[in-house]
Write a protein that binds this ligand. Structure first.
Ligand code: HSE
Length: 429
């Protein structure tokens, strides 16, 4: 007797949802062979039924309410690709788990805010909650961490996980354009989320980092503890000068467990221009995983879009069809320990840019502030200038963030600075 199909209820018919429909329809045979049983969509839901979606949905039952879809008797797996961390997405995911359905979601915000309670509900009911598509689009990073690297104690997880920000930063660099102009360009190309601050404020990437940190370090998701700084203050001057010194600026996420607790930050950083992260162009994502046994793994690929995100959803769906089960965050949710958040204190070199009055002793005063705080200068350049102000660039040796902050707090009192200094961490990758 042929195996019974795995029946999907698909909530959300935007780019990702239609991508899932296309793969299910075009690759039915391949999927059945790989999964050992057919995978079929039985019902769908979206806000607007009348919209032309460039896909044949005529064989599927239609539900206006995703909660009703989640509860249908002919649905085994609820696929949530609606987005939003409250409201319908949350209610429907909870309803699906309560009704005994597995859930596959692309919703990073939902899991960053409610991952613990949803994973506990799923596991208490013997169900799977899977989210490969939520982090770095088509890159199978959740599988890499929960399966391939399961024998490692993870040391550090890093990544460029917002394609829009990477597009903006690389375009600024390659075209020599200021942030505001490239932001508008990204908006006109449709790259920005409905709320652009999710992208450029680092929130979307911060959601993703918090999910990876939970798996890597066995801690409950702690999105609120991610130190977040977006790219809105990255100037074309810094991009140019960083390039001059052999660096590129990236919105880089870093999570690592230290003796003081879990450091998680998503902030603009300098990385060596010739490193894999420095070479990353446009909307592409990159995740760097460091384990004690394996060393460093670099995963690079598309972080968004119809095909890549649907590819990740289908990887999870096929695992469920095969009967393969992994706890949502790699170990049972009840065993995840609360993260003890630690403010970033790992020492690093820093890039400092400032403008000084061009008078004898000005530079010495700044050097003294740094020296008194225990911050040592590695490289320094004063750029050619006309007039009374001198642009100065300093790269420090490794310094503790608090020591640097202490030095910078004393800069103002020197009276030699014109304008605010800029400090950007240089991440050793
Ligand atoms: N807006 C995101 C990005 C994709 O630009 O990478 C969805 O997380």
């Amino acid at each position: 007797m042929p195996a019974a199909p795995l029946r999907l209820g698909l909530a959300g018919l935007g780019t990702v949802g239609i991508g899932v429909v296309k793969i299910v329809q075009a690759e039915a045979e391949l999927i059945a062979a790989r999964a050992g049983r057919p995978v079929a969509i039985t019902a769908v839901s979206a806000r607007d039924r009348s919209r032309n979606r460039d896909a044949d949905l005529s064989g599927y039952a239609w539900e206006t309410d995703p909660v009703a879809l989640a509860r249908r008797g002919d649905v085994d797996v609820f696929v949530e690709v609606m987005g939003g961390h409250e409201g319908a997405a949350k209610a429907a995911t909870e309803a699906a788990l309560a009704a005994g359905k597995h859930v596959v979601t692309a919703n990073k915000a939902l899991l960053a805010h409610h991952g613990q309670s949803l994973a506990e509900a799923a596991e208490a009911a013997g169900l799977s909650l899977r989210f490969e598509a939520a982090v770095a689009g088509g890159i199978p990073v959740i599988k890499a961490l929960t399966e391939g690297l399961a024998g490692n104690r993870m040391k550090r997880v890093m990544g460029v996980m917002n394609g829009t920000c990477n597009y903006i930063l690389t375009r600024m660099q390659s075209a020599g354009l200021p942030y505001d102009q490239v932001f508008e360009e990204a908006r006109s190309l449709g790259y920005l989320e409905a709320d652009p601050n999710l992208d450029v404020g680092g929130i979307d990437a911060g959601h993703k980092l918090s999910l990876l940190a939970a798996i890597a370090f066995g801690t409950r998701v702690a999105f609120d503890a991610v130190e977040l700084e977006g790219i809105g203050n990255v100037s074309i001057d810094d991009i140019r000068l960083a390039e001059d010194m052999g660096y590129r600026i990236k919105l880089l996420g870093v999570a690592q467990m230290t003796g003081r607790g879990l450091e998680q930050r998503m902030t603009p950083c300098l990385v060596p221009a010739d490193s894999p992260l420095g070479q990353l162009q446009g909307g592409t994502n990159m995740v760097v995983l460091e384990g004690d046994s394996v060393g460093q793994i670099v995963l690079r690929g598309p972080g968004a879009g119809m095909g890549p995100t649907a590819s990740a959803v289908m990887g999870d769906v096929i695992d469920l069809a095969r009967g393969f089960r992994v706890p949502t965050f790699g170990i049972p949710a009840a065993q995840l320990v609360p993260a003890q958040p630690a403010r970033a204190a790992t020492p690093a070199p820093y890039y400092l840019r400032m403008t000084l009055v061009d008078k004898p002793g000005a530079l010495a005063k700044i050097a003294t502030c740094l020296g008194d705080a225990g911050v040592s200068i590695d490289q320094m350049r004063q750029y050619g200038h006309e007039g009374a102000n001198a642009p100065v660039l300093i790269v420090t040796h490794k310094a503790a963030p608090d020591d640097l902050a202490h030095a910078m707090a004393r800069f103002a009192a020197t009276g030699v600075l014109t304008g605010a200094p800029v400090a950007i961490r240089i991440e050793e990758v």
